[in-house]
Design a binder for this molecule. Structure first.
Ligand code: ADE
Ligand code: ZN
Length: 345
């Protein structure tokens, strides 16, 4: 336990250096980038009634006790997303902010079951997000991929159905993930769904060890074949698992501000990020649901520096991990690693 804020170090990068650090964002729910002002704009455009009188009143709800209390608001506010253009606008606004925060490649999650259940067509979601990603590649030089997440607190049959639908859109969808309420919904439930996704050639990742135990991380590796673990912070409770993650170069997509705001850690100074790095695990820094958790990816780097200390060397290692653990082509990875070398100067 650390109580004191680390003394400012002369080797700690400045805010602007951390924003400029070229990075890949590997853990980002596009629906979690829905800022309160856009909620009101889309509600007005689509005639969706909101139980809040103002943007400020909605923003005041962003105080969470745990993952479930966040998810309740997250699923409620996404009801304003109705059309292909809504998804394009949401994604466009995320990408503009991501560009300012040094994101050069993004693999973003979306939750199609939550949209299809409301009568929104999967093609409208994918085409809207995809249109904004194409614009960003052309105008901002950001490359990308889309990962379809199964909601683990929905039925396995529902996951099978959305996978079948998703397999018609492998022009855009590069992989599958697993999110939503974790405890009580172990990876084992989704073993067959994941097998089918892998056999279809999709990349596979899974949330595990956010609120759930280290055993879920092991199961995500052994039963689902996960290539990366989203969050994974509770792995620190199991030394053998930490050694395995390091030996097999399984990256963890860690989200410090999310962990703080959902009370997975009591204070950021207690976050196990550097401890995992020191043990040789390939950790990366990401924003998860930045509209809800008080910061985009560059803000997460700054918060880590302020609470835990962060040398330029460690910051560059986290960025390098993100590039190497991404599903970008080898050529793209080489380009980004070169940009990173230039940052290091
Ligand atoms: N869906 C959106 N954000 C999530 C998170 N942090 N954990 C699980 N499911 C999520
Ligand atoms: Zn997440």
């Amino acid at each position: 336990m650390t109580d004191a804020v680390p003394a400012p170090s002369p080797s700690a990068p400045s805010d602007s250096a951390l924003m400029a650090l070229p990075k890949a964002e590997l853990h980002l729910h596009i629906e979690g980038t829905l800022e309160p002002d856009l909620v009101f704009e889309l509600a007005g455009r689509n005639g969706v009634p909101l139980p809040y009188a103002s943007v400020e009143e909605l923003a005041a709800q962003y105080d969470f006790a745990d993952l479930q209390s966040f998810l309740d608001l997250y699923y409620a506010t996404m009801d304003v997303l109705r059309t292909k253009d809504d998804f394009a606008e949401l994604t466009r606004r995320y990408l503009a902010r991501a560009a300012e925060q040094g994101v050069r490649h993004v693999e973003l999650f979306f939750d199609p079951q939550a949209h299809v259940a409301r009568g929104v067509r999967l093609d409208d979601v994918v085409d809207g997000i995809g249109a904004a990603l194409d614009e960003a590649e052309r105008d901002l030089g950001i490359t990308s991929g889309i990962i379809l997440c199964f909601l683990r607190d929905e039925s396995v049959e529902s996951a099978e159905q959305i996978l079948s639908a998703g397999l018609t859109r492998t022009d855009r969808i590069i992989g599958v993930g697993l999110d939503s309420a974790e405890v009580g919904y172990p990876p084992a439930l989704f073993e067959a769904v994941y097998r089918r996704a892998r056999e279809a050639g999709l990349r596979v990742v899974a949330h595990a060890g956010e609120e759930g135990p280290a055993g879920y991380v092991r199961d995500a590796l052994d039963l689902l074949g996960a290539e990366r673990i989203d969050h994974g912070i509770r792995s620190v409770e199991d030394d053998a698992l930490v050694q395995r993650l390091a030996a097999e170069r399984i990256a963890l997509t860690v989200c410090p501000l999310s962990n703080l705001r959902l009370r997975a850690v009591p204070v950021l100074a207690d976050h196990p990020l550097h401890e995992l790095d020191d043990a040789g695990v390939a950790v990366t820094i990401n924003s998860d649901d930045p509209a809800y958790f008080g910061g985009y990816v560059g803000d997460n780097f700054i918060a880590v520096r302020d609470a835990l200390g962060l040398t330029a060397e460690r910051a560059a290692r986290y960025a390098r991990n993100s590039i190497e653990a991404s599903f970008a082509s080898d050529g793209r990875k080489a380009e980004l690693l070169q940009e990173l070398e230039a940052w290091r100067g």
